[in-house]
Design a protein around this ligand. Structure first.
Ligand code: IPD
Ligand code: CA
Length: 265
């Protein structure tokens, strides 16, 4: 079975197991702090367990790097890493805000740039975004590309959750300069919407986002033709470590990247 099929099947199973749980009292059950540092909620645990059970069922030899469960070695000859954020947008999922997803990626080495396969599934409706290296990005069965024309409405996604005063001051021109700004609360799904051409730029400059939250989005954005840069405007890359926190900007093309960067620097 190809790795992409394994990730797709795992995320279908997550959807099946959590779709009726979101927004319920049961979803919120507190399991203490997970490996990523946040409180693990019951819905996070149910979703992670779904993936771990499936990988064990098919004897997939890998190291799982889960946001809640931490590093789990499955069998002795790992073929690579599964980077798992079984629920991205946990706050939305617990409260019942219909914007959260699962994010699963496979990497052959300990680096974002070695990701070969990725799946983000919208857990509200089961829609799936997926990519394999050098094979393009897909939304369900349809190939997707970032929006490369001049948009009718320019949409700039910006994650400002918990942003510092100085960052808000720096970003302020973006809000002022007739951009339509959006912030939905699940980075992975926002990267997927960007890859599908529904936003022109997506920015997270808070230095807070974890590898698990962006691993699948990384490949889906790149395979859809998006530019993906770090805060110094170098190509985004990072170690697959629990200590890593990144800032990044995804842009549909150089022109819109230059335009946004000229507003904030
Ligand atoms: C969160 C989401 C959210 C971002 C947070 C992340 P989680 O992931 O991606 O958009 O603002 O920084 O922690 O905790 O729901 O997996
Ligand atoms: Ca999560």
């Amino acid at each position: 079975m190809e790795v992409i099929e394994i990730l797709r099947e795992a995320s279908k199973r997550i959807y099946k197991n959590v779709k009726d749980l979101a927004g319920t009292e049961k979803a919120a059950g507190d399991f203490g702090r997970g490996a990523g540092g946040d409180i693990s909620r019951n819905i996070d645990i149910v979703a992670e367990k779904t993936v771990l059970d499936y990988l064990k069922e098919i004897n997939f030899e890998c190291i799982v790097l889960g946001e809640e469960c931490g590093r789990v070695e499955l069998l002795d000859n790992p073929k690579g890493y599964i980077i798992m954020d079984a629920i991205d947008g946990s706050v939305n999922a617990v409260r019942g805000v219909p914007f959260f997803c699962s994010s699963l990626a496979f990497a052959t080495e300990n680096k974002l740039s070695s990701i070969t396969d990725a799946v983000i599934t919208n857990l509200v409706n089961g829609e799936m975004y997926w990519a394999s290296k050098n094979k393009g990005s897909f939304f369900n069965e349809e190939k997707i590309k970032v929006h490369n024309k001049d948009p009718i409405y320019k949409i700039v996604g910006i994650n400002i959750s918990g942003a510092s005063t100085s960052l808000m001051k720096r970003l302020h021109p973006i809000f002022e300069n007739h951009n339509h700004t959006r912030h939905f609360g699940a980075n992975a799904l926002e990267m997927a919407l960007f890859a599908r051409g529904l936003m022109d730029v997506f920015i997270d400059f808070r230095d807070k986002i974890r590898i698990q939250d962006i691993a699948a989005g990384y490949l889906i954005v790149k395979e859809a033709g998006g530019l993906l840069l770090d805060a110094d405007l170098n190509p985004l890359d990072a170690d697959l470590s629990y200590d890593t926190r990144v800032s990044f900007i995804a842009a549909a093309n150089q022109k819109i990247l230059d335009e946004i960067i000229s507003q904030i620097n």
